[in-house]
Ligand binder design. Structure first.
Ligand code: ADP
Length: 609
């Protein structure tokens, strides 16, 4: 629907643009045509009026006629009038369109008249003709039978002197022909010709296409500047296309105007605006049909795309949502193009295997939970057992140790050297056994007891520890170096003190150097990693995994002193109960570095008392 709206808007905008562009182009072309036509009509009118004048000039220039008039003016005789009448009758017959001729003396009296009896032939403006000495078109009017006539007045001259005034009535059918020729003016076009009447208003000189102009009485007042003929008479040569431009009927028109200075006439070529824009109407209709056709195509394509792609994809989407809600039993049914069908098939296969795997996962999770529960139970039983066993073994062992001590004290002199040696060995073994059991008990306690977690300043933990170990550190020439202050962390301070004590005593114990150096620090990148580095004997890489196993020692007592091999096991347990991990780095020669973290990244120590 959205795409349809976008397409429709685009089409409307495109249509609007085409419409406007075409409209402007059409007005421009039509206007140019009308203007060219108005210029042609103007030229025709000038030619016609010149032809009329020439006819009168031709008649007035007859030598015999002029001589007879000259004589008549001196001595008026009937024979002169007869002679002139004959010449003028010949002229009316031979010169085309001339219907009547009259001759006036310079004083204005009519000497003679020949030709048809036509009303409106009264007289000429003798003085004006005598002054201007040229043929004037003094009136255009409509006579009987709707015929249009033109009255021309011209001088009759001899030897540079005006002898009289010749008045000619000419059938002005050429004028009406020019107006009536609608070629190039479409179905509604028209040419109108008007002169200025005594008030300055436009008076049409020809019958009009859309109004009876009997007697050529139709007038357009000079104030009506929206009517093109008024503008033509204001000497404007333009083409007009505005909503306000109307013709004498009040109908909107597209028009061009021309002005003929020689005649003081205006010419208008015009065409009804509806007619002028008819091709545009056709264009609009075509655009609408075209637009509708495109919309139909878009709709069809849209519905095909929707049926073929969008609907199946929507089904896949909603299936995916149901799956994410745990509904693995749902299957997608799609009919459409082969590829989408195949996709749905693959989707369903994926669903089946997903369902199967989820079931397996659930089963194995259940088994895992069961195993963890069993493991925790057995671990706790084992801890209990170790604790009870260690606790219960300690008493008899101490009794054995005491009895061996008493035996040695009471019967030493009665025993031979071998017997004494064996009893002493038994005594030390029972002591060692007691130590081992104590360690075992301690280890089980580390498992059973929770952590007393609080914010702990590790600098304080270490300085307390170093105070405790002061004598030993002094005696063994040990230097502990802490390059940067250690952080405050959330941990069990007692356990962490125990951790450092184990590592420090090992670093001293397994070190043959006179100056024993220990460096303790913390690197703080993604997580805090603590380290303790010594310059001792090092640990061969192949033994590094074993040293954290309980009671695992790499040396015997004679070499580096007594020990049970449980210290690093405690360290590892403390690190792990804090959620951290421990590892060692050494090349087996140049000292050892222990690294450990006390918190898995992003996790808090969970066990708290
Ligand atoms: P113990 O010290 O009682 O033997 P530990 O668990 O503390 O037990 O150490 C296990 C073994 O790891 C030691 O016997 C020793 O061989 C080795 N070891 C521990 N710390 C160091 C060290 N800093 N340098 C070299 N060897 C070490």
């Amino acid at each position: 629907m959205f795409y349809l709206a976008v397409a429709a808007t685009g089409l409307v905008l495109f249509g609007f643009f085409i419409f406007n562009f075409s409209k402007n182009q059409m007005i421009q072309i039509r206007g140019d045509e009308l203007q060219a036509l108005a210029a042609l009509k103007k030229r025709d009118l000038i030619n016609v009026s010149e032809a009329w004048r020439d006819r009168l000039r031709l008649i007035a220039s007859r030598t015999r006629f002029r001589k007879l008039l000259s004589q008549h003016l001196v001595t008026p005789e009937v024979s002169n009038v007869k002679g002139m009448t004959k010449i003028m009758n010949d002229a009316v017959r031979s010169v085309s369109s001339v219907r009547q001729l009259s001759l006036f003396s310079p004083s204005g009296s009519r000497i003679l008249s020949v030709g048809e009896q036509i009303s409106g032939t009264e007289t000429c403006n003798i003085n004006e003709v005598m002054q201007r000495r040229s043929v004037l078109i003094s009136r255009i009017w409509m006579g009987a039978g709707s015929k249009v006539y033109a009255k021309l007045c011209g001088p009759v001259e001899l030897n540079g002197k005006v002898l009289g005034v010749l008045l000619g009535i000419i059938d002005a059918h050429e004028l009406t022909s020019i107006a009536k020729s609608y070629i190039g003016l479409g179905k509604t076009g028209e040419t109108t010709i008007a002169e200025r009447n005594e008030n300055g208003d436009a008076r049409f000189l020809t019958p009009l296409r859309y109004a009876k102009n009997e007697g050529l009485r139709i007038i357009v007042p000079k104030e009506s500047t929206q009517v093109p003929i008024s503008l033509a008479l204001q000497k404007k040569q333009i083409y007009l296309f505005g909503l306000e431009n109307i013709d004498y009927r009040g109908v909107p028109v597209l028009s061009a105007t021309a002005y003929i200075p020689e005649l003081d006439w205006g010419v208008v070529t015009k065409i009804n605006r509806d007619d002028a824009l008819f091709p545009l109407t056709v264009l609009v209709q075509k655009l609408v049909v075209f637009g509708l056709a495109i919309m139909l195509v878009i709709l069809t394509i849209g519905s095909i795309v929707s049926r073929t792609f969008a609907t199946p994809i929507e089904k896949l989407r909603s299936a995916a949502l149901r799956i994410s809600d745990g509904d693995f039993g749902h299957r997608v049914e799609i009919s459409g193009v082969a590829e989408i069908g195949k996709l749905a098939e693959a989707f369903n296969i994926m669903l089946s295997s997903l369902e199967e795997r989820t079931l397996q996962l659930e089963e194995s999770e259940a088994q895992q939970d069961q195993l963890i529960t069993m493991l925790m139970k057995s671990n706790s039983e084992l801890d209990d057992f170790a604790h009870i066993a260690a606790h219960d073994l300690k008493e008899p062992l101490r009794a054995i140790h005491n009895h061996v001590s008493f035996l040695l004290e009471d019967y030493e002199d009665k025993l031979d050297e071998d017997g004494q040696k064996k009893l002493n060995r038994l005594k030390s073994l029972s002591k060692r056994m007691e130590k081992l059991i104590s360690d075992l008990l301690h280890f089980s306690l580390l498992n059973k007891q929770g952590l007393a977690v609080k914010d702990t300043d590790l600098n304080t933990v270490l300085s307390d520890l170093m105070d405790t170990l002061y004598d030993s550190l002094e005696e063994k020439n040990v230097e502990i170096f802490i390059p940067n202050p250690l952080p405050v962390i959330n941990c069990d301070a007692v356990r962490i003190g125990e951790l450092f004590r184990n590592l420090i005593t090992n670093s001293i114990k397994y070190n043959e150097n006179y100056e024993k150096l220990i460096e303790i620090g913390c690197t703080d990148k993604n997580e805090k990693v603590f380290y303790l580095k010594d310059n001792g004997i090092g640990i061969e890489p192949e033994h590094q995994a074993d040293i954290f196993k309980i009671f695992k020692r790499l040396h015997n007592e004679k070499k580096y002193g007594v020990g049970t091999g449980a210290g690093l096991t405690f360290v590892k347990k403390i690190v792990e109960t804090h959620g951290g991990r421990i590892w060692v780095e050494s090349d087996g020669k140049n000292g050892t570095t222990f690294f450990f973290t006390l918190e898995a990244p992003g996790e808090q120590v969970a066990m708290a008392v």
